[in-house]
Every structure is written in C-alpha cells, then in structure tokens.
Design a protein around this ligand. Structure first.
Ligand code: ADP
Length: 883
C-alpha cells in the first residue's frame, strides 16, 4: 500500500512514531491507548492483549492492540518492569473543537530509569538512571557516572578510576544505563549491570563543555565551581549533561526538579565489587530477594527514606576512621538512650516519604492527597527533632541537629490551604479549606444554595402534586430531574417537561429545576477550575522550597537509619567495634549475623579470629559442612558492618579498617546461579590479585575447585603465595584441600586453622569451632554417609581411598622445610623453588631426563656432545620460560 492512500490518522501516527522509535507508542484514541504494528505485537505478547487489525485506507491491515485509559497504570507497570519504554501520546486539543484530525503529542516517555508512579518504584530503594562516560587510557583511565533518581530528586556525580566503575555501578544498581554510542563518550565498554536497561545515546551528548553550559543553565549558577564541581570532574560532568538532555526528552514539559548535584570522588568510601556484594549477601541473597541478607537483619527503619539510606550505607562502607567513629558515636548514644530512641521511632512512624512527595510536588504531579501527606509528615518533624535532641549530640547526631531543617513553614502553608483529608482527584470532594480563598467560598455557597434549593423543590412539588413518592435525582446525562412512577403519571402537572422514560417511571424537568441546576453546575465547574489553580499554586510554592525539603528528608533518613542501627544493636546483642588505623583485625566471639538468626538463640557457636602482621594469612581447612564458609563470611560481614558504622555480632572487635574487602567463592559452591564457570572464577581471582593492597581483606572460599585436584591445589597454592609475599594483605583461604596446610611450613605469616569435627563410632560430629592446626583429611566419605550414600558405595570408596593414599597417587606436597622460604632471595631462587614444587605434580617421566638417560657417551663425539648439550639447554630454558 502506498503512503499516499494512508488515512490521515495513520499518517499522524507514523510521523509521531518516527520520533519515538525506541519506545512503545501509546496513541490516545478516545478512551483507549492504541498500539500499531510491531508495538502492538510486542505489547500483545508481553501483556497478553488480543491482537486485532485496522483497515488503513488501502487494502493492507494494520496490527492493532489497545489498553483502556482507565487501566493504563497496570499495563505501564508491566511493560516498564519488562524493561520497555513507553511514550504516552495524548490528544492535545478538544476533539469536539478540532478541525479535521485531533492534534496529538507525546507528553511523556516512561522508562525504567525515569519513573514516578508508586507502583513502578520500590519504597526501600532508589531508582537510579545512570549515565557513564570514560576518559584517558591505561593507568590513568577515569570514569564518570551521573546518577539521578527522579522520584527523590537526587543527582549524584562520581569520579573514579576506571577500574572502580563496576563497583560504583553495582552499588547504585541503576534501572537504566545511558552510554555513548561512539568513542566521544569513551570507547571502553561499560560493565554489564544486572537488570538495567541499556540506552545508547550519541557520543557528542557526553561532551563536557556542552554539559557545563547545560548544567549552569539548569541550576541557574554562573559557574559550576559554586556547586563544588571542578575541572577534574569533567568526566562526570559530561555524563550529567547527557543525562539531563535525555530526561528533558522524556519529559518535554520540563525536567523534574533535581537537587544540585553532589560530587563523590575516590576516597572515603569502599568500592565493593559485585561478587563480594553477592557472596556476602549484603542486600540481595544468592537466591534473589532480600530474605536472608544482612539488610534484612539490620533494617528496622521506620520510613522509606531511612530504608533507602541504610541500603546505600551498606553498599558503601567508609574507609575513614573519623567518619566511621562519627556514626558509631551516634549509634552508641541512641543505643544508650532507649527512651529517647523509642520516642524518636514513634515520631518517625508517621512520617511518609517526604523526599518522593516533595519531588512529585515539584514535578507538578502530586495529588492533593499527596500534598496533604507531605504536610502532615512535615508536621511531625518537631517531635522527631525533640526526641533526637534528647539522645544528645554525639558524633553524627550533633552535625545533623546543628543543620536541622524543620520546614515548619511548608507544613503550615499546606495545612492552611488544604482540608484535613484532601481527595486524590479534584472535583467531587473539596480539597481547599473553607476560608482560604474568598472566590472559592463564594462559589461554594452558590453551589450549596442551589443544592438546598433543589432539595426544597422535592418537598414543594410533593405538596403541589400530592405524589408522595416524587423524587428529585441527578445523572450525568440529563442533570437534575423529577421522577414519577407510572402509577402516578396521571397526576403530573402541565409545566413538567418529559426527558426520559424508564420501565416503571418517567423523568421530568421544570423551568425552576433547570434554573437552579445551571447555578449548581456552573458553580461546580468554576469551583473545580479555581481549586485547580489554588492547588497548582501550592505545588509551585512547595517546589520553590524543594532544596530545604530535600535537606529535611535527608536528615530524617539519617536519624531513622542511626536509630534503626541502635535498635538492632540492642535487640541482637551487638557490641561497638573499635576502629583502628593499625593493621590488626581481632574478633572475639564473632557470629554470623544472618546464620545465627536461623537457629535457636545461643545455638550458634561464636569464634575468635585474629589477623596480624605476623599471622596474616589463615588457611582454613575442614570437611564440607563444618562451617568454613560461615566463618569466612562472618569475618567479612563484621568488618563491613563496622565500617558502615554499625555495632557488630561479637563480644569484642578491634578492626584495623580495610580499604577493600574481597570475597570469592569457588565455582562449585556457586553453581546455584548457573553461570559461574571455572573461567569466571579465575578471572575474578585474578582481578583480586591485581587490585588488592596490603590494607585489603581477602576472603577466598574454595578457589581452584572448578578444575582437577592437581590444578586446583596448584592454583590455590600459588594464589596463597602471592597474597602472602606480594600483596601482604590479611586473608583467609577456606579450602577442603588439606594439602594446603603445608603452606604454613613454607611461609612465615601463614597459620592453619580448622573447623573442628569429632569422630565417634564412625560418625562425624560438626563442632563449628575454630581450632589452631590444619585438618588432616577431608572427611568427604563421612559427609557422603551423612548425605545418605548407600553402604556398599561408602565401603568401596574407603577401599579406593586407602589404595590411593597407600600408592601415593596423590603425592604429598614435599616442600622445603624449616623456614628456608622465609630468608630466600626474592627472584631467581624463587623461580627455582616454584619449578621444583610444580615438578612434583608431574606424573609422566620427564622427557629431558629420558633424553639424558638415553645418551651413549661411548659412542658420542665431542662435537655431537656439544650439540646435544646445546639442544638440552634450549629445551630446558624454553620450559623454564613457560613456567
Ligand atoms: P562449609 O563451608 O565448611 O561447607 P558452612 O559454613 O556452609 O560449611 O556451614 C554449614 C552449616 O553449618 C551452616 O549452614 C550452618 O547451619 C552450620 N553452622 C556453620 N557455622 C556454625 C556455627 N558457628 N554455629 C552453629 N552452626 C553453624
């Protein structure tokens, strides 16, 4: 079909769709949003809608699917959750007045990263849209991230070394990621973020110079210096420019009010990579969801703002002693004042999401009811403040209370303007308080007078006609009417005009009724217009104070978070950790905060762990199920909790803070996720070895298990050596390869520990207690028995094990004894030692040795001998190079 024969409507559709190619276009037609072509097919698949067809002027049929306007929010939610964008195209003129085809425009595009509606948001977490840009290369490569949450109005810029881009993104967990299509935005690929929609934009949109202009204009400042953004932040400024441009495209009516950006540069916050975040199950469990996570245990916040902040804190532990202590001081103060804390939590209980409500108001979207909720929430702030002050001004509390912003004027203005329980929509119920606006009051009395007059008509007409059942009623089509049952029809006076016939009755109007009706309806219409004006001006008034509202929201969030931490500390019996600048890490009576809650009180066995300069690498052996992973993770969690400013599950803890915490769990332990192959495991291990510093804490669980035993032990051995000799960090290596216990003979600062088991009557008993010394064997067969392997299989396995051990098919790692390694020269000698150990793994006779043995010295000329020597040497040195 040629375009020329297309109906004008389809021409209009095509023209609008052309400008919104990457979104599903919801094209308003009366009471429906219609979708055509591919959009219709996609939506019918995702939403289960029936696909129909529409004739488009010519012979061709156009696939079509529609959703009713009334039910649109549910369909939007589903599409957006599936990662689609939806452009809402409305009729922008009254169809009754339109000449020809109704004018239509896209008024908004909804994407996962730019969502306002409550059903698209999770109350306890931010909904970030992130733009990413890179600059420089090699060592000096930097990455900039701009993260906006339009539902709260937050705008955060991050400037980090390129290697830390992934942890920053992992922490923000954006729903949508903006990246440049070409090199202008930095050529290196952007890391994959689980569940984030990837939106490509033109590279030039990330240009920093352009972005500076854009930002200065948007925030109405002379230069970005005033916002604390310097030239060194260009990489993030470029990203922010692209982000603002994109948001403006999504919301042609105006970018929602974003707070002035804050810049976070490297330092002060620990970068947590994805595997560490996942393995320690900080905010999401390995199975997905929040059950069984640290967040789940420590979140006792009362407000959504507190819940979001606690989540942010957990994902960004601090690396600055003073900052950590400031939080700990505040938590300690709140923990010590149970009465003030209870009052504070009571006061917080009625505080709704000020941050999101204020943002909605500023974006012109808050309903009267939401504005009312903002007002009543703000009205509770004096109570919040009073209770907080009663807990004192230690640490973070002092800073928070010194800058306290109560926004009392805003709550006063809202309660002066709106009725106590404002309606969701304007029209039926009054939203504006009587006495607030004279015009409105006058219209209301007109309307009420009309209503009273109409009510009086019923009595008058009953008396006049003598019909006791006469009723005055109202419907939307005919307005006010007098209803008379058929039985009384003969009594109807002449001045009644018939309007509508029902089965058992007739409906009439009279001139007097019409006159009052006009007054009532006219007044109602003008009232609605007036109310709209007043509500809009209240929204604008609130919008002008958005900065202070965001400040108040942040203070509430922080108080809520601190109080929650104090509450948890008390309920769970946590203690205050001592944060130190030193290297040592000492945990006495440490527990796993999540695992301990899954068992009856006091059934969890606490353990002590010490890592010091002299004993910095622990090899943790023990059979499966003994509790190795639990100890490993509890050490990681306790350190992260302490650095977040939390009390910790231990009877005493001294934490020489870590710059990074790394955890890696071997492939087979992680198979649940179905994606961890040995390759991934090695890539992640190598990332740790490259990035970790002496101040890091490295926790490795069953590294090298995804391959054969020899390979596995060899890799585990070499990784441990590297951590010990080169990185020199604190590390725990949990393994069921009991061969590794021999490392302690080799390396000065390695200590063996095992998680105890006792054997009694051929049974293994798990003690879950950490003991010095290595495990002597793996107890794999005993664990197999517990798991119900048949007796015959177990007996055979024992026989094979004896054979294997007897014949030394698995050679013990004979290594240089007596601390020779400790004094060994670093380079040449080291390589020699490595060759020596690795040779021990070789099972076939060495070809070099065979060649040497095969030489018949009697039958070799001096020249041949020299040649042979050269060959042997070449072979030997090529092999050494490969090692
Ligand atoms: P491994 O890593 O050695 O295979 P896990 O750490 O996974 O063992 O622990 C296995 C189970 O033992 C845990 O799920 C938990 O139920 C229990 N457990 C571990 N540590 C303790 C402890 N300290 N106290 C009590 N039970 C524990």
């Amino acid at each position: 079909m040629s375009r020329a024969t297309e109906t004008p409507l389809m021409q209009q559709y095509r023209e609008i769709k052309g400008r919104h190619q990457d979104a599903i276009l919801f094209f308003r037609m009366g009471d429906f949003y219609e979708m055509f072509y591919d959009d219709a097919e996609l939506a019918s698949r995702v939403l289960g809608l029936t696909l129909t067809a529409r004739n488009n002027g010519g012979a061709a049929e156009v696939p079509l699917a529609g959703v009713p306007v009334k039910a649109v929010s549910e369909y939007l939610r589903r599409l957006v959750q599936h990662g689609h964008k939806v452009a809402i195209c409305e009729q922008v003129e009254d169809p009754a007045l339109a000449k020809g085809i109704v004018r239509r425009e896209v008024v908004e595009t909804i994407t996962p990263g730019a969502a306002f509606a409550d059903d698209l948001l999770d109350r306890g977490r931010n909904n970030y849209l992130c733009a990413v840009r890179r600059s420089g290369a090699g060592e000096r490569a930097m990455a900039g991230v701009a993260a906006a949450d339009v539902s709260t109005g937050e705008l955060r810029l991050f400037v980090v070394p390129a290697a830390e881009l992934e942890p920053v993104l992992a922490r923000l967990a954006p729903r949508e990621l903006l990246v440049g299509r070409d090199a202008a935005a930095g050529s290196a690929p952007v890391p994959n973020v689980d569940g984030a929609l990837l939106t490509e934009r033109e590279g030039w949109e990330f240009d920093p110079a352009l972005a500076r202009e854009e930002l200065t204009r948007h925030f109405a400042v002379h230069s970005l210096d005033g916002l604390g953004i310097g030239a060194a932040d260009d990489v993030a400024v470029g990203a922010a420019g692209a982000l603002l441009r994109y948001l403006r495209e999504l919301q042609p009516a105006g970018v929602p009010h974003l707070a002035r950006p804050t810049v976070e540069r490297e330092g002060g916050v620990m970068a947590l990579d994805e595997m560490t975040r996942r393995n320690l199950e900080l905010v999401e469990s390995l199975r997905g969801g929040t059950a069984g996570t640290l967040l789940d245990v420590v979140d006792r916040t009362m407000t959504p703002m507190g819940a979001r902040m606690l989540r942010q804190w957990l994902l960004a532990p601090l690396t600055n002693k003073a900052a950590i202590d400031a939080r700990l001081d505040a938590v300690a103060a709140l923990a010590a004042e149970p009465i003030a804390r209870a009052r504070l939590r009571d006061a917080l209980d009625g505080v709704r999401d000020i941050e999101r409500l204020a943002s909605k108001a500023a974006a012109g979207r808050a309903t009267p009811r939401e504005l009312g909720a903002l007002g009543t929430s703000l009205a509770r702030l004096p109570d919040v403040e009073r209770a907080a002050r009663a807990a004192g001004d230690a640490g973070a509390l002092g800073r928070l209370l010194a800058d306290w912003e109560g926004c009392a004027d805003v709550s006063d203005e809202i309660s002066r303007t709106l009725v106590d329980r404002p309606p969701i929509a304007l029209g039926e119920e009054d939203a504006i308080r009587t006495g607030f606006d004279a015009t409105l009051d006058e219209l209301r009395s007109l309307r009420d007078g009309g209503r009273d007059a109409i009510a009086a008509i019923q009595n008058e007409e009953r008396a006049r006609t003598g019909i006791g059942s006469l009723k005055v009623g109202f419907n939307r089509v005919f307005g006010y009417y007098i209803e008379i049952t058929n039985a009384n029809r003969h009594l109807v006076p002449d001045d009644y005009q018939r309007r509508q016939t029902l089965t058992g009755a007739e409906r009439y109007v009279t001139p007097a009724l019409k006159e009052h009706e006009e007054r009532v309806l006219g007044a109602a219409e003008r009232m609605e217009t007036r109310e709209r004006e007043l509500v809009d001006s209240l929204r604008r008034w609130v919008a002008a104070r958005i900065g202070r509202l965001q400040c108040a929201a942040r203070a509430v969030a922080e108080l809520d978070t601190l109080a929650s931490l104090a509450e948890v500390a008390e309920r769970e019996g946590y203690t205050r950790p001592e944060i130190s600048e030193e290297f040592d890490l000492e945990i006495v009576g440490g527990r796993h905060p999540v695992v301990e809650r899954m068992m009856p009180r006091d059934k969890f066995i606490p353990n002590d762990v010490r890592l010091t300069e002299a004993e910095r690498l622990i090899i943790l052996t023990g059979p499966n199920m003994a509790g190795k992973s639990t100890i490993l993770r509890q050490v990681g969690l306790i350190v992260l909790m302490a650095q977040t400013g939390m009390f910790v599950p231990a009877s005493r803890a001294r934490i020489g803070f870590a710059d990074r915490v790394f955890t890696r769990v071997g492939a087979s332990d992680n198979l649940v996720r179905g994606q961890s192959t040995f390759m991934v495991e090695m890539a992640e291990t190598s990332a740790i070895l490259h990035v970790a510093t002496a101040r890091s804490l490295v926790l490795l669980d069953e590294i090298g298990r995804g391959t054969s035993t020899y390979d596995g032990v060899a890799i585990a051995w070499a990784v441990s050596e590297h951590l010990h000799d080169t990185t020199r960090c604190r590390a725990i290596f949990a393994t069921h390869y009991h061969e590794l216990v021999q490392l302690a003979d080799e390396l000065v600062a390695v200590r063996n520990y095992n998680v105890g088991v006792r054997e009694a009557d051929g049974q293994v008993l798990f003690l879950h207690r950490l003991e010095p010394g290595g495990a002597d064997r793996s107890y794999g067969i005993e664990v197999g028995r517990l798991a119900g392997l048949p007796d015959a299989v177990l007996a055979r396995a024992r026989t094979v094990l004896h054979l294997l051990e007897g014949e030394q098919l698995v050679p013990a790692l004979a290594v240089t004894k007596g601390g020779a390694r400790a004094t060994r020269a670093p380079n040449g000698a080291r390589q020699g030692a490595a060759t020596e150990q690795l040779a021990l793994f070789a099972s076939a006779p060495d070809p070099l040795v065979s060649k040497l043995a095969a030489i018949d010295t009697d039958a070799t000329t001096p020249l041949q001998a020299l040649q042979l020597l050269a060959e042997l040497r070449a072979e030997a040195s090529s092999r050494r190079g490969a090692l």
